[in-house]
Ligand binder design. Structure first.
Ligand code: 5GP
Ligand code: ZN
Length: 119
């Protein structure tokens, strides 16, 4: 299968192994690695290997792809030992919501008390 790749995209470069990352999980169409600036003891980003700008684009692309990201997040939460106590999944979608990397990524946060609302 041919994946869409954006040559100037940071996360496409991580998929292509042009930029190193601490990979914690991989599936056919997803890759997960530790956030470079962690906001919690567990802070992993689940991305699609193909380029999709945000969560909405993932939803439009293929319904099974969003499901694969969610299943990857659940597996990571279990592996990291936060599944029982609780963890947070976040898609910042669009600049006003704090999205800074426009290659869809699901934040998996855990290992500390997480307040709500986040502010
Ligand atoms: P956003 O603000 O778009 O929801 O999240 C982007 C996330 O990517 C941030 O939490 C940021 O720390 C992380 N990030 C940015 N550049 C890199 C990088 O080069 N490597 C890794 N592992 N994470 C990155
Ligand atoms: Zn990309």
């Amino acid at each position: 299968r041919v994946l869409a790749v954006e040559t100037d995209c940071l996360f496409c470069k991580i998929v292509a192994k042009e930029i190193p990352a601490e990979i914690v999980h991989e599936t056919d169409r997803t890759l997960a690695f530790r956030d470079i600036n962690p906001q919690a003891p567990t802070h992993v980003l689940v991305i699609t290997k193909g380029h999709h700008a945000d969560a909405g684009a993932v939803a439009d692309a293929d319904e099974g792809l969003a499901d694969e990201m969610l299943k990857a997040a659940r597996t990571i939460a279990r592996k990291e030992g936060v599944a029982e106590e609780g963890y947070r999944l976040v898609f910042n979608t669009g600049a006003a919501a704090g999205q800074t990397v426009f290659h869809a990524h699901l934040h998996v946060l855990g290992g500390r008390d997480l307040r709500w609302p986040p502010g």
